[in-house]
Design a protein around this ligand. Structure first.
Ligand code: AMO
Length: 435
């Protein structure tokens, strides 16, 4: 049969009625009522009905009713208007080609009413992803990423791809995956941090990357992955971190707005999206600590917010009418070595929170090489490990800053998904390395 597919399930129009078309996909269900069989065929865009009449095509009828569910078939047949069929039409088969027979039983049902355990679903992710609600999450992700490219390009950003196998840890700390690189040891990049900053010394001015983060964090939580993705960005000639925050809130707004336009997927998921209004509230770190202490939290000045404190702050801010808010002017000791200090104990680092969850963090960076070395040492890191990075600061480096915005965290908050593993195709966590 050539081609296997002339139409997707949802692409048939009134003009196709009475014509011969070919459709292809997975056999979701077979209902055989004796003289007639209804085969529900599923493809990327939805489902359609293939109707086989026993008395008109006995051989085809027998072939179709014996195909195991989830097998892949292509059907060539007559497209016919039908009030009873799902998309107002059905296909009366003339020819059926079985392209792949599914084994039975299935390790996971596709249209079953019973909810399966997340682990069973992730173990059989290729089947899990056949479900229309699970696909809807990734269809929204796909559309929103398109909005990221559109927005950032309209703001004169340049897409880059930086190395993931690197010689020194990008964020400092111990949460790095170490690997053997021929005679040397190497690390998987925790983020593109060092490279996007080095690019600020090239004159490219504004760069972004849809980046992979590899983090050897031991804890297994509902909002941490060991391999995650982010919109990672850096911009030069800024006056302060405020310039970076403006781009970040513009980006978040564009992404939420694009998500709000995904009507079909949102309907499938039964979700509503509330597009935020700009600008987002800015709260300085000192006030955050005061607000938290007032509500009984024992967090001390200088500490970073843990998930408990973030949640409490989320509730406080919600009452004040803010789902989105920046926490600004962090203490320097709570931020990574590349963060620009301000006065003696503060920094130009910020986090963007959404309903009690950190979705992005960023800062103005240090662009003076001597100060940068000082901060590397103060963070108990060895500046020798950062020589090739530091070199980029010695021959003309403009003031700059940027942020990292977690794509899975964004999806969790956008669609109110409780476990971050649902927001990435093949999650990597403390115990999961397959599939
Ligand atoms: P940070 O480490 O805060 O900053 O990460 C930025 C954003 O990435 C997401 N994120 C994660 N998502 C899931 N699982 C994880 N383990 C995980 N770790 C981080 C979060 C977080 O806000 N280089 C800086 C960014 C910058 O300053 O440009 C950085 O990596 O949404």
């Amino acid at each position: 049969m050539k081609p296997y597919r002339s139409h997707y399930s949802k692409d048939v129009t009134t003009e196709d009625h009475g014509k011969t078309i070919t459709v292809a996909g997975w056999v979701e269900d077979i209902r055989n009522i004796g003289s007639i069989a209804f085969i529900i065929l599923r493809d990327k865009k939805g489902t359609l009905q293939v109707t086989a009449l026993k008395k008109e095509c006995l051989e085809l009828f027998e072939k179709l009713i014996n195909i195991p569910r989830e097998s892949v078939i292509a059907v060539n047949g007559l497209c016919k208007k039908s009030d009873k069929a799902r998309n107002d039409y059905e296909v009366i088969p003339k020819e059926v080609e079985v392209l792949s027979i599914s084994e039975t039983p299935l390790p996971l049902g596709v249209v079953d009413k019973v909810e399966s355990e997340l682990d069973t679903r992730l173990d059989n992710r290729f089947i899990d992803l056949r479900k229309q609600d699970i696909q809807a999450i990734f269809k929204i992700r796909n559309k929103v990423i398109a909005a990221v490219h559109e927005y950032l390009r309209s703001e004169n950003f340049f897409e880059v791809h930086t190395p993931n196998i690197i010689a020194s840890s990008s964020e400092g700390g111990t949460e790095v995956f170490k690997l053997k690189y021929f005679e040397k040891s190497a690390f998987l990049a925790q983020s593109p941090q060092l490279y996007k900053q080095m690019l600020m010394a090239t004159g490219l001015d504004r760069v972004y990357e849809i980046a992979w983060y590899f983090r050897a964090e031991e804890h297994n939580t509902r909002r941490h992955l060991n391999e995650s993705t982010a919109v990672d960005l850096e911009m030069a000639f800024i006056n302060s971190e405020e310039d970076v925050m403006k781009i970040l809130e513009g980006l978040v707004y564009s992404m939420w707005k694009r998500a709000d336009e995904c009507n079909e997927e949102l309907d499938i998921l039964g979700k509503k999206v509330v597009v935020p209004t700009l600008p987002f509230k800015r709260v300085i770190y000192d006030d955050v600590i005061k607000k938290l202490n007032k509500k009984g939290s024992e967090i001390k000045w200088g500490e970073d917010l843990g998930s408990e404190e973030e949640k409490l702050l989320g509730d406080i801010m919600k009452k004040e009418g803010h789902d989105f808010y920046f926490i600004t002017k962090y203490p320097i000791e709570a931020k990574p070595f590349y963060t620009m200090p301000e006065k003696d104990k503060y920094s130009r680092g910020f986090d963007l929170e959404c309903k009690g969850v950190e979705i992005a963090s960023g800062s103005q960076r240090i662009h003076n090489v001597e100060l940068l070395k000082k901060r590397i040492n103060a963070c108990n890191l060895n500046s020798k490990d950062f020589e090739s990075y530091l070199k980029a600061f010695r021959y003309g480096m403009p003031p700059h800053g940027g942020f990292g915005f977690g794509i899975e965290r964004f999806l969790m908050e956008l669609l109110d998904i409780k476990n971050i593993r649902e927001c990435i195709l093949f999650p990597r966590d403390r115990t999961r390395l397959t599939p």
